[in-house]
Design a protein. Sequence first.
Length: 133
Amino acid sequence: HSKAVATTLAMLVTCEFIVMMIFSARVFNTASVTELRSATAPTGAMMGALNLVTDTCLAMTLVILLHHRRTGFPNTASMLKRLTQFFVGASFITVCVSSFALVCTFVWPSTLASIALMFLLPKCEQIEIEHEE
């Protein structure tokens, strides 16, 4: 059971990375804004959907795993609770940004809003990590 979950998560993360590299290559190989919009629309939608699914699955898996690892010791329970809150908070922010980017791709296809939000995602994840330290 756990091997299947790990394999599925690894495949999702790998697919997300491949789509992100294709998206980045298309962004950097365009000559005009008009060309950028048409070249990145399908890849951007796929990247947004994959990011949304991957972040949600990772957060749910981590929360479930941490919940099952409770030992009954107060310090361990407190640490696991803080880790769970961190994972839920971090994934909530990235899932919200990914959802909004995906919506922007379909609602406003002629704008670059979804591209800006996709490039904002790594910064959201970095802010969450720095906030916890």
